[in-house]
Ligand binder design. Structure first.
Ligand SMILES: C[S@@+](CC[C@H](N)C(=O)[O-])C[C@H]1O[C@@H](n2cnc3c(N)ncnc32)[C@H](O)[C@@H]1O
Length: 390
């Protein structure tokens, strides 16, 4: 039933929620830490638009063992068929284990047995050495292991079944850093939304090609860039004209570098609490004002002031947005949550969503507490609210 095995990002529950939004609950199944089995036959997954999945592999088979070495006969049999019609050239082989015990040296020895088998068939092979039990996306990418003449075996156990898959695609780290670090305009003060997170947010909102995406807090335009790349029409606004200029410049750069047509419906300065946008709006996807950047948690009264300012802004914005959304609109709104010793301090408006007129979507594979994107070094996290009209 599941045709693909996926290796998930750092916040794996959030990645599962993204897969669930894309493929439907019944087509996603967690398979141990940071791994999921999915059925993407109806909607093929592509690394061009998915943010939370590091590797995607085609399932070869599933076996009731916890000893990866016992899988050698299955792997060699599969390779015999795979290599039959390959073009001339050196075959590169890599091995990654998930949820299984295996020191790099033991994996290396296993790889040598695979190599020996292929050599006995007259094939020329290079083994990509492991320094840890799994190869990084950079190793897969740079060694071309997801190409025709490359094979990375993903061997993943959930404690009962071990699935073998062959990597068919891997996150393109160079492309992400091009959009993240080499776009003309960045602004450390308004914050740096990682392009991967913008993709996750667009997928949680189910923003498909041809639909219209509004970002009313567009800042430097990261959400609108990712929306443009997937073929959405975009509407952007921000209270600051400087940010509108930055977004315009970044979108222009994007359309030149990625040769994508510009899909801007409108872009202009406006207060999100009172703006009227061009309609119809299929999705609002944004991170609201997150309060000022913090390096240490301020005194209680000061944090309360920041929280109440953000709360009022989000509450007014959501009220203003509601009548401008289409009946089927689905939105992803990132709002601030502040890290405390244990857990997070949330915005009070989250408990008022129904009253304002929204349903908060819940996912089978992630709790609300999993829907917080947070980094070790940051005090202000982003809480993701996936909303529909009530
Ligand atoms: C966290 S930043 C968004 C950054 C953005 N995601 C990016 O890619 O650069 C929040 C943005 O909200 C804007 N902002 C603050 N108050 C606003 C308001 N009342 N209406 C609209 N925009 C506002 C700020 O100017 C800032 O650009």
């Amino acid at each position: 039933m599941y045709n693909k095995l996926t290796i998930l990002g750092r916040q794996s529950a959030l990645s599962l929620a993204e897969l669930e939004a894309l493929l439907g609950d019944h087509n996603v199944c967690s398979h141990g830490a940071h791994v999921a089995l999915v059925n993407d036959a109806g909607t093929p997954l592509t690394h061009a638009t998915i943010g939370g999945t590091i590797k995607i592999g085609e399932v070869i088979g599933s076996y009731p063992t916890q000893d990866f070495r016992s899988l050698l006969p299955y792997i060699t049999t599969w390779l015999d068929t795979y290599t039959k019609d390959l073009p001339e050239g050196k075959l590169k082989i890599g091995i990654s284990l998930y949820g299984l015990k295996g020191q790099p040296r033991a994996i290396g020895a296993f790889g040598l047995e695979i190599k020996r088998h292929l050599k006995s068939q007259g094939k020329s092979v290079r083994l990509v050495p492991n320094t840890t039990s799994d190869l990084s996306s950079a190793q897969v990418f740079h060694n071309h292991l997801a190409n025709e003449l490359g094979v990375e075996f993903l061997i993943a156990s959930d404690g009962k079944e071990t699935v073998i898959a062959r990597t068919t695609s891997v996150q393109d780290i160079n492309n992400y850093s091009r959009r993240d670090y080499h776009r003309p305009r960045r602004d450390a003060f308004v914050g740096m939304l990682p392009p991967k997170l913008a993709q996750i947010m667009l997928n949680l909102a189910q923003a498909e090609k041809g639909s219209t995406v509004l970002d009313p807090f567009c800042g430097t335009g990261v959400v609108l860039m990712e929306a443009t790349l997937r073929g959405c029409q975009v509407i952007g606004s921000d209270i600051s004209q400087k940010m509108i200029d930055y977004t315009e410049e970044n979108l222009k750069w994007l359309s030149e570098v990625y040769e994508t047509p510009s899909t801007i419906v409108s872009l202009g300065a406006a207060d999100a609490q009172s703006a009227s946008w061009a309609t119809p709006i299929d999705h609002a996807v944004c991170e609201t004002y997150l309060g000022r950047p913090l390096s240490i948690l301020p005194r209680r009264e000061d944090l309360e002031k920041i929280r109440s300012e953000c709360d009022s802004l989000v509450s007014h914005f959501l009220t203003n947005l509601l009548p401008q959304l289409g009946a089927q609109s689905r939105c992803t709104i990132a709002v601030p949550a502040w890290k405390k010793e244990k857990g997070f301090i949330h915005l009070p408006v989250i408990d008022q969503l129904e009253k304002i007129g929204y349903n908060r979507h819940s996912f089978s594979h992630a709790n609300y507490t999993d829907m917080i994107y947070s980094r070790e070094d940051q005090l202000v996290a982003r809480e993701l609210l996936v909303l529909t009209k009530r």
